[in-house]
Design a protein around this ligand. Structure first.
Ligand code: FES
Length: 104
């Protein structure tokens, strides 16, 4: 499918989380300082929406609001139980004040 524009870059501040849906993909966009991450938004353990979770700037993780598994934003790997399955992650680029996510 290719690169999909999800928002203006200047609308995404440090510590912000945005939701983006495209076809069957429910995606979370998060910014920590100059780095923007995109992962699936639904926790791999049970059904919880990670966009209501908590970012950890130092660890670069998002914490599930339901059972507190932490997922690395870079590769989606859970750092603690109960989640065991990584979140899908997406490539992100910025161009012309847009944030784009690569959706296959
Ligand atoms: S639903 Fe996310 S850790 Fe259980």
């Amino acid at each position: 499918m290719g690169w999909i524009r999800v928002c203006d870059e200047n609308s995404l501040n440090d510590g912000d989380i945005k939701e983006f849906d495209h076809n069957n993909a429910n995606i979370l966009i998060a910014r920590l300082k100059d780095k923007i991450f995109a992962t699936d938004r639904i926790c791999t353990h049970a059904y919880a929406d990670l966009s209501t979770g908590f970012l950890n700037e130092e660890e670069k993780t998002i914490t599930c609001p339901l059972h507190s598994s932490d997922f690395k934003l870079e590769d989606g790997i859970p750092q603690n139980p109960p989640a065991e399955t990584p979140l899908k992650t997406y490539d992100v680029k910025t161009e012309d004040n847009g944030v784009y996510v690569l959706i296959e």
